[in-house]
Design a binder for this molecule. Structure first.
Ligand SMILES: C[S@@+](CC[C@H](N)C(=O)[O-])C[C@H]1O[C@@H](n2cnc3c(N)ncnc32)[C@H](O)[C@@H]1O
Ligand code: SF4
Length: 374
């Protein structure tokens, strides 16, 4: 089973922390959608299996497309692939795009999962991040989606924001869990180069929170999620039983996916492909049928390192037998040697014959992963 990711690179406004490939001009929107469908046809053989279990409209802001455009893309996919009966079809939306008309139109599509970028329930935070919605719009948008029958909803929150206190983060978490939404993606703010936040940081306009506060906020996130019966199934992802994101889980379980659109990535077990991150060039080259992506053939070491990152970040953990069978004795011996100390230090532990990162290890996750790399 495979997945399809569709990148919609338009945003009404650029958030100050974000470095995803997006543009605030929608001038090329119609041509872009046409190019997406053309790319789908051109690259239909990239993934071997014709069964599609998950489709994900990500961004950018896919809710800047109207639901008819979204359904047209799904229809085109179903002309080529067999979309399974219980496929998970997700759209990322921004709260201020969610109104009665939009949701009524969305109900006529095959979208069955909504991921909504809430980010914070404090208007000061939303303003600081240059978001275009308020806290009450967050709440109204979720309630409207729920009233119209959507149950499979995920919310994004950001913590570790400048000046964010542990008390405010707790209030944000309480507001989130009060909504009765079954999935949470919570990301610690990262200062990406070339974002407004990075510039503010350099100029001293904002300050990073102390590391101990970051850790406290992460700990609080884990404990509040547990209290609300959410399972911490991936570093930044929490869900009630039955509501894990099947699309993202497929990435972490090394399943194959076709990524369509400017800047989209694809993976088919042999190679990764990266589409050009420029709308105009993307449209032009798709029209011409000329190269619009870079291809990276994966070596065994690349695949081993990918497996380390993706498996250890999840609740399912790392299977040593899988390492031996897929990558060979050399890599198996490497991980046995490298994990000894991390096991002694209780950064790693074994459960059901799988190697997993402990709560202690999660706080230094990047260095644990790096230690195990080949
Ligand atoms: C690709 S964005 C798309 C969601 C949608 N466009 C929105 O903004 O609501 C996915 C999520 O990544 C998170 N994110 C993006 N950049 C981040 C950063 N620098 N630090 C922390 N979280 C970030 C945000 O929570 C965002 O909702
Ligand atoms: S966070 Fe979302 S809305 Fe904001 S710029 Fe990034 S993709 Fe666009």
């Amino acid at each position: 089973m495979s997945g399809i990711y569709i990148h919609i690179p338009f945003c009404a406004k650029k958030c100050f922390y974000c470095d995803f490939y997006t543009t605030i001009s929608t001038k090329y929107k119609n041509e872009y959608v046409k190019a997406l469908i053309k790319e789908l046809k051109q690259r239909q053989n990239y993934i071997e299996k014709k069964e599609i279990e998950t489709i994900y409209f990500g961004g950018g802001t896919p809710s800047l497309l109207n639901p008819i455009e979204i359904q047209n893309i799904i229809d085109e996919i179903s002309k080529i692939y067999n979309i399974t009966n219980n496929a998970e079809i997700t759209i990322e939306v921004n709260p201020d795009d969610i109104n009665l008309k939009y949701v009524n139109e969305l109900k006529d599509t095959e979208i069955n999962r909504i991921s909504i970028g809430l980010q914070s329930f404090f208007n000061e935070d939303l303003k600081l991040m240059n978001r275009r919605h308020t806290s009450s719009e967050n709440i109204n948008a979720v309630k409207l989606l729920q009233d119209k029958g959507y149950t499979n909803i995920s919310g994004d929150l950001i913590y570790g924001l400048p000046n964010m206190t542990i008390e405010n983060w707790q209030k944000n978490l309480i507001s989130f869990f009060d909504l009765g939404v079954p999935h949470l993606s919570a990301y610690h703010l990262t200062y990406e180069p070339n974002t407004v936040f990075s510039k503010f940081l350099k100029k001293g306009k904002i300050k990073e929170i102390p590391e101990e506060n970051s850790l406290k906020q992460f700990e609080l996130l884990i404990s509040e999620a547990k209290k609300n019966n959410f399972i911490h199934y991936e570093t930044s992802n929490f869900a009630k039983e039955g509501f894990f994101s099947r699309h993202n889980s497929a990435y972490w379980k090394q399943k194959h996916y076709l990524g369509l659109g400017a800047s989209a990535h694809s993976y088919n077990g042999k190679s990764r492909q990266f589409n050009i991150a420029n709308i105009k060039e993307y449209i032009k080259r798709v029209e011409e049928g000329s190269g619009y992506f870079e291809k990276e053939e994966l070596s065994i070491t690349d695949k081993y390192n990918d497996y380390i990152i993706t498996s250890l970040r999840t609740i399912w953990g790392l299977d040593l037998n899988f390492i031996k069978d897929s990558f060979g004795q050399k890599y198996y011996q490497h991980i046995i040697n490298k994990s000894k100390l991390l096991l002694q230090q209780e950064n790693l532990y074994f459960e059901n014959k799988k190697l997993k990162i402990s709560k202690k290890g999660k706080f230094i996750e990047d260095s644990v992963l790096l230690e195990l790399f080949y």
